[in-house]
Design a binder for this molecule. Structure first.
Ligand code: EPZ
Length: 421
């Protein structure tokens, strides 16, 4: 098993380029199922979850060619040999449930293993199924699989979501683009990844309006062309590096992203005392004075993103005063807390709220990654801890960060990836 070794204390300085967004690339890759013509998708991040997505597409019979050098993927969607996303792939990546909408739209049938829970919560898919049922799909759950059929094809419908679920919005959107008639997704998620998916679908000839707002309107078309799209930048990766810059009292510029992707996170960094500046295509966070505590509550976009909660908690351990974090999206997203405490943090949890005392000196220790964003939180804390921190189970990290240790080395961090002895 691989581990990350970090010797803390170096001020991070410099520029780092941001990769394509994992949470945009995954639905966009699944959207290629909607066309029999070849698709070309650029700015794909090199991540474990991307590899898993390509395995799912291969299992369905699509041919995929990853052109590593320019982070591009070509997909030949002419052959659809199967309508089943198998358990062994879905259990490693629950986002595979996003094949439901495209398969029902193209083939009128889909079989996907129930994703099962994950470390951060039960993560049911009931909102996905009820939206697709509005368009005429019928589902049966048997032996751990969701089996969906749309005998007479999908029909446009009004789909009110009980919660602005990102995945349910994406499945409904990808189904509606080929449904017969007009659809409306109400209480839709407004995340930038939804906007990116809509742009990718529009490059195929889809008729969509309102993406990025709570109401998305789609007029179904008969056929879609192959996709031509370049994936938007990863706002969660960008925020991770900005937190690393501030916790090490340095100055970090994230290249290839506009501040509009990061607005609520930048508001919090400014409130903590970070000096934030930006250009059209970059954002800089500079440490000028000791940080002060702040209270945050995660909520759907444009609120504070749950995917940035763990990283900001690490930063708060070095802020003056006590900071409060309320996690409203997932029921178990504080697993980084015991590990941060091993590094010397003082954090108390009451239900879905965490109280972080600061500033407290952190000292290196062996810690364990429990999920993707918790891993990033431990790296950020390790960069500020005195001495050596070893992070185990970094396979969680590799799902969502492209070569993070190389990017951090480029900013001056003393970090290396090694094999556990
Ligand atoms: C997406 O997950 C992201 N993953 C998550 O990022 C992100 O945390 C989440 O959106 C919220 O922003 C991808 O895009 C691949 P939801 P998703 O449906 O779509 C409940 C990361 O670290 N819910 O918006 O699964 C659900 O349990 C990952 O990159 C239902 O109850 O999130 C959760 O409490 C982690 N029924 C809440 O809604 C449903 O049918 C939000 O889930 C669907 C969701």
């Amino acid at each position: 098993m691989e581990i990350l070794k970090i010797v803390g204390g170096t001020k991070l300085k410099g520029e780092v380029s941001i990769s394509g967004a994992k949470n945009a690339a995954l639905p966009i890759l699944f959207a290629s199922i909607l066309s029999e013509e070849p698709s070309i998708i650029k700015n794909i991040p090199l991540l474990a979850d991307i590899n898993t997505t390509l395995k799912v597409l291969d299992a369905l019979g699509l041919k995929t060619f990853f052109k590593l050098e320019d982070h591009a993927i070509e997909i030949d969607g002419s052959e659809l040999a199967s309508i089943e996303a198998p358990y062994e792939l879905v259990r490693t990546m629950r986002a595979s449930v996003l094949v439901l909408g495209p398969l029902l739209a193209r083939q009128g049938e889909a079989k996907v293993s129930l994703p099962g829970g994950c470390a951060i919560g039960a993560r049911p898919v009931d909102f996905h199924l009820s939206a697709l049922e509005k368009m005429g799909a019928e589902f049966k759950i048997e032996s751990g699989y969701i089996h969906g059929v749309a005998k007479n094809g999908l029909k446009g419908a009004v789909m009110p979501l009980p919660f602005p679920s990102v995945g349910a919005t994406e499945n409904a959107l990808m189904a509606a683009v080929l449904a017969e008639g007009v659809s409306e997704i109400q209480n839709a998620a407004c995340e930038p990844e939804i906007v990116d998916l809509a742009n990718a679908l529009r490059s195929m000839g889809a008729d969509i309006s309102g993406e990025g707002s709570p109401t998305i309107r789609i007029t179904g078309v008969k056929k879609l062309k192959g996709m031509r799209h370049s994936v938007a930048p990863d706002r969660v990766e960008a925020a991770t590096f900005l937190c690393a810059g501030l916790i090490t009292q340095g100055c970090v510029t994230v290249q290839g992203i506009n501040e509009s992707y990061l607005s609520s996170a930048l508001d919090v960094l400014k409130e903590m005392g970070g000096k934030i500046s930006s250009t059209e295509n970059s954002v800089t966070a500079e440490y000028l004075t000791p940080l002060h505590s702040v209270n945050i509550e995660t909520s759907p976009f444009p609120g504070f993103p749950t995917d940035m909660q763990a990283q900001f908690m690490a930063l708060m351990t070095q802020a003056n005063g006590s900071s409060q974090i309320k996690e409203t999206i997932f029921e178990n997203r504080f697993m980084h807390v015991p590990e941060l405490i091993r590094l010397g943090a003082r954090i108390k949890i009451h239900g879905n709220e965490a109280m972080v005392e600061g500033p407290l000196p952190l000292s290196g220790a062996i810690v364990m990654a429990t999920d993707l964003r918790a891993s990033a939180s431990l790296i950020i804390a390790g960069l500020a801890a005195k001495g050596e921190t070893v992070i185990r189970r970094i396979y969680h990290l590799d799902r969502g960060y492209e070569q993070i240790e190389k990017k951090l080395q480029g900013l001056g961090a003393q970090i290396s990836r090694e094999l556990e002895k």
